[in-house]
Design a protein around this ligand. Sequence first.
Ligand code: ATP
Length: 286
Amino acid sequence: MAMVTIKAPAKINLALDTLYKRDDNYHEVEMIMTTVDLADYITVTPRNDDKIVIQSNEFTIPLNEKNLAYQAAELFRKHFNIKQGVEIYIKKKIPVAAGLAGGSSNAAATLKALRELFKVDCTMDELAELGARLGSDIPFCVYGGTALATGRGEIIHPIPSPPKCWVILIKPRIGVSTKEIYEALNANEVQHLDIKGMLDCIELQDYQGICNRLGNSLESVTFERYPVVEEIKNKLIQFGADAVLMSGSGPTVFALVRKEYKLRRIINSINGCLREHEVYAVRLIG
Ligand code: ATP
């Protein structure tokens, strides 16, 4: 049985609207998510025993049952009654606790890798359903591409990809807990987004319309707790990005830029005054 490697890309939210808090304490959301070309790689190798062993080049993530890839492997084995152990190597490039769904993407890639390794006959929908038991962002990561996510984020409606552009990601050296931000959110005070308009703009490939409609209900909550995130957003607007938004619950802020000369100019400005943060220039692969 050979090893299997699967790419696990990061996601950004072009729109994140929280509608109300549900009885089960989750928020009902409407999110437009898309993948970017910044990725981890998950390699699974069969073992001669029944253990799940996690290894990584990144020393800040848990290497035990707290790792989402571990949990995905355990769930997969249980569901399909597989006894054999696996080693899961996580080659990490996506910053951790950044609002880029790194852990969720690792879990989704692990499910796909195990399906291939053990030649299990199951659909993407079944993998997404398994993933949803572990985390709301995992079903989106199973399908990838671009989607409207509803429910608590686990109901996925695929949509066309937005027009190609550059995405500059800036992550300050802090980690933000998604749970903390949702707990602090007052769903009644949220200014709702034009999700329908955004979907139309994506359908029509209207780049400017998409830029005008970016929005994230969680921004103000994260900004209040971590002012550096708002500072980064303001700088990117000042440097002339086409549109700027915080991704997920933060702290990563992304800027959309269409023209390459503009990208170079903005990167130069970032190197001048935001160099203490992690900076990535990637493409939308949605
Ligand atoms: P999301 O956008 O889905 O909220 P995130 O990008 O904000 O996710 P992650 O990188 O997934 O955050 O990390 C959140 C926490 O999950 C971290 O504190 C980390 O310790 C834990 N974690 C568990 N497994 C992983 C993994 N495979 N990769 C990264 N973090 C993981």
